[in-house]
Design a protein around this ligand. Structure first.
Ligand SMILES: Nc1ncnc2c1ncn2[C@@H]1O[C@H](COP(=O)(O)OP(=O)(O)OP(=O)(O)O)[C@@H](O)[C@H]1O
Ligand SMILES: O=P(O)(O)OC[C@@]1(O)O[C@H](CO)[C@@H](O)[C@@H]1O
Length: 304
């Protein structure tokens, strides 16, 4: 089972308009409400891949109820911890550019935190917990790291979608996979932007040396890399019209984690990861099973 943890879910209010003029009344051309939050996106992609998943995290109020209802319509199993405050609403504004307005999120009480931690008692050996997204108010910065021993004591693996020092701090605990993009990788090591794949591979290997079990590096339209101690592969991304970058990284992480948990085949998992990321990039919402399959058949993986 792959559990996603979304401590700060959101309704994503996706609004489209041709031109945005700040300081004026702007009329929208279209709008849609989607259940959002990085862990929830991971679970939605796992569901599309027909892999077993349960979404955990904090949910509350009328906004939380909307998310629970939408996930029930998708037949996606959830075991959220109910909170008193309202789950947040994030605005995704699609005009000439994509602009995201993400709210800080609700206040979480000590009792709610304890109830959430109790959910981890159900973990079993072989499970994977994917923790992704920001922390709502009331949680210490160390919250994700504090969960790692609770996950490991059940023999389960973990993935944390984070960057910077927070990412480096998790490596000694051997995350199943890390997936920085190439800009984040350079920032991690205080390097200037990389100008060759060799430089990215060398930096990616440092993450393995520091403890990561698998390293993927995404490079948006330039494809992605999978790096092991002695080999590296480049995966192409298909040409296509990018409709949406919200959730592309979450989709990639879901594709790798879900496929690896069921096959233990890193290369096959890498291909599905790219397919999920690109299929979401080419869709208005997260990718569907059909889109993932269509995109997967066009991806070429080459050993460097
Ligand atoms: N222009 C593109 N064409 C095709 N696929 C793309 C494109 N941009 C992104 N993707 C897909 O999305 C994946 C993740 O993209 P990216 O490198 O932008 O990661 P990220 O920065 O973590 O994403 P996010 O914007 O979700 O944080 C890529 O590996 C790829 O599969
Ligand atoms: O504010 P956070 O938790 O960092 O990110 C939240 C979020 O932007 O991430 C998802 C896309 O990755 C969206 O569904 C959601 O609105």
């Amino acid at each position: 089972m792959i559990y996603s943890v979304t401590l700060n879910p959101s309704i994503d209010y996706v609004v489209g308009l041709n031109n945005l003029t700040l300081g004026r009344v702007n009329r929208l051309d279209n709008s849609v409400l989607l259940p959002g939050g990085k862990g929830i996106n991971v679970s939605r992609i796992l569901k599309a891949l027909d892999l077993p998943t349960t979404a955990l995290g904090f949910i509350g109020g009328f906004t939380g109820q909307f998310i629970t209802d939408q996930l029930a319509k998708l037949d996606l199993p959830c075991a959220f911890t109910e909170i008193h405050d309202n789950t947040r609403i994030n605005v995704k504004l699609k005009a000439e550019d994509e602009t995201e307005l993400n709210a800080p999120g609700p206040q979480i009480s000590a009792e709610e935190i304890a109830a959430f931690k109790g959910q981890l008692d159900q973990l079993q050996s072989g499970d994977v917990v994917v923790m992704a997204g920001s922390l709502p108010n009331g949680l210490p910065e160390s919250f994700y790291r504090d969960l790692i021993p609770l996950i490991h004591e059940h023999g389960a693996d973990f993935v944390i979608d984070t960057t910077g020092q927070a990412l480096l701090d998790t490596l000694p605990d051997h995350p199943l996979v890390v997936k920085p993009n190439h800009h984040e990788l350079a920032e991690l090591f205080g390097d200037p932007e990389y100008t060759s794949l060799d430089e990215i591979v060398t930096a990616g290997r440092k993450l393995l040396d520091l403890g990561a079990q698998h390293v993927l590096v995404s490079m948006a339209g330039a494809g992605a890399l999978m790096i092991t101690a002695d080999k590296a592969w480049h995966g192409t991304v298909p040409a296509g019209k990018v409709q949406n970058s919200v959730g592309a990284g979450d989709s990639m992480l879901a594709g790798f984690t879900g496929t690896f948990a069921t096959t233990h085949d890193p290369l096959a998992s890498f291909q599905v990861a790219i397919a999920c990321g690109s299929a979401t990039a080419f869709s208005t919402d997260l990718a569907s099973a059909a889109k993932i399959a269509e995109v997967k058949s066009t991806i070429t993986i080459t050993e460097l």
